[in-house]
Write a protein that binds this ligand. Structure first.
Ligand code: NAD
Ligand code: UDP
Length: 323
């Protein structure tokens, strides 16, 4: 028998949160989407608003929330460096106070809660690829610290509530994820390169472009997150979720140029401070416990994302022409 659950998604109007809301709704659950629209948009969830099983609440998770639900996906937090560095204190508060508020809510409800943690908790890693047992190499007072340390403290709080109050927790360490509904101007490699290529502008490579990342397509990521939430209560994680296919950022730029057929050329810009040199998840645990690994080839995922950004840019130019 299908069990309809009441599921709260914080940050539900963002890139990952909106895809999660869409898929949980399609699976037959009641969704409460909570967002303060700092980086998320109503456009991301506009197609869900007519459903009687979808509810939207404007709320900042740094303040307490009183609702009744069975499960919580805690995704509220700006994820791109330019957004989380815009107001570093608010970023840390969102992770720390947000976690305390959502864990407190969970404690009252005896609900289950999944935290969107991040590969950033490994910092600029000295172990490669990164297994969950690696403690990381994080600068506590650098440009990325508000995000990295906020997320590390959130993990500490999750495990504190689990040990002290027997809360049912799941911690997913999400590695770089891309796909439709990324922000057009969030400054990330995938969105920047695609938008630059489509506009025929120079592709900005930071540093020598030799730093590496491993990019996971959003649908694969959401599937992994839902599988983790549905595991037995003993499984708390942390579990790495991401693509093990690592590539240089310069190779990503070449792929985007080739898939868009763009005439854009690459230009070199200074490397931001504390930018990790390399990143690749060890996903042995996710494979073993969830039977999960990403299925979407990079070329396919990038093509879907390019189609999305083409539509966004078309809409923008229609809007500008009408204005
Ligand atoms: P996003 O910026 O698109 O989404 C974050 C959402 O949280 C937005 O809708 C934003 O408005 C909302 N939000 C921010 N502060 C809030 C607050 N105080 N109260 C309520 N809502 C708030 O980012 P995303 O890429 O969808 O990331 C979602 C989650 O996944 C984040 O927690 C992020 O740290 C984590 N994550 C993402 C990636 C990735 O590659 N995208 C990687 C690792 C971890
Ligand atoms: N990057 C780049 N050009 C850009 C945007 C990003 O070379 O226009 C680099 C960035 O310095 C980093 C990598 O691409 O080394 C991935 O950046 P992103 O912001 O996408 O993710 P994160 O650094 O958070 O992993």
């Amino acid at each position: 028998m299908h069990l309809r659950k009441r599921i709260l998604v914080t940050g539900g109007a963002g890139f990952l949160g909106s895809t999660l809301c869409e898929q949980l709704l399609a699976a037959g659950h009641d969704i409460l989407c909570v967002d303060n629209f700092f980086t998320g948009t109503k456009d991301n969830i506009a197609h869900l608003l007519d459903s009687p099983h979808f509810e939207l609440l404007r709320h900042d998770v740094t303040f307490p929330l009183y609702v009744e639900v069975d499960e919580i996906y805690n995704f509220a937090c700006p994820a791109s460096p330019i957004h989380y560095q815009f107001d570093p204190v608010q970023t840390t508060k969102t992770s720390v106070h947000g976690a305390i508020n959502m864990l407190g809510l969970c404690k009252r409800l005896k609900a289950k809660i999944l935290q969107a943690s991040t590969s950033e908790i490994y910092g600029d890693p000295t172990v490669h690829p990164q297994p969950e047992g690696y403690w990381g190499n994080v600068n506590p007072i650098g440009l990325r610290s508000c995000y990295d340390e906020g997320k590390r403290c959130a993990e500490t709080l999750f495990f504190g509530y689990h040990q002290q109050h027997r809360l049912r927790i799941k911690v997913a360490r999400i590695f770089n994820t891309y796909g439709p509904r990324m922000h057009v101007n969030d400054g990330r490699a995938v969105s920047n390169f695609i938008v630059q290529a489509l506009k025929g502008e120079p592709i900005t490579l930071y540093g020598d472009g030799g730093q590496t990342r491993s990019f996971c397509y959003v649908d694969d990521m959401v599937q992994g997150l839902v599988s983790l939430m549905n595991t037995a209560d003993e499984l708390t994680g942390p579990v790495n979720l991401g693509s093990p296919s690592e590539l240089k950022i310069s190779e990503l730029a070449e792929k985007v140029i080739s898939l868009t057929g763009s005439k854009s050329k690459t230009v070199y810009k200074p490397l931001p401070s504390d930018d990790p040199r390399q990143r690749q998840p060890d996903i042995a645990l996710a494979r073993e416990l969830l039977g999960w690994e990403p299925a979407t080839p990079l070329a396919q995922g990038l093509s879907n994302t390019i189609a999305y950004f083409e539509e966004v840019l078309r809409r923008q130019s229609r809007h500008d022409a009408g204005a």
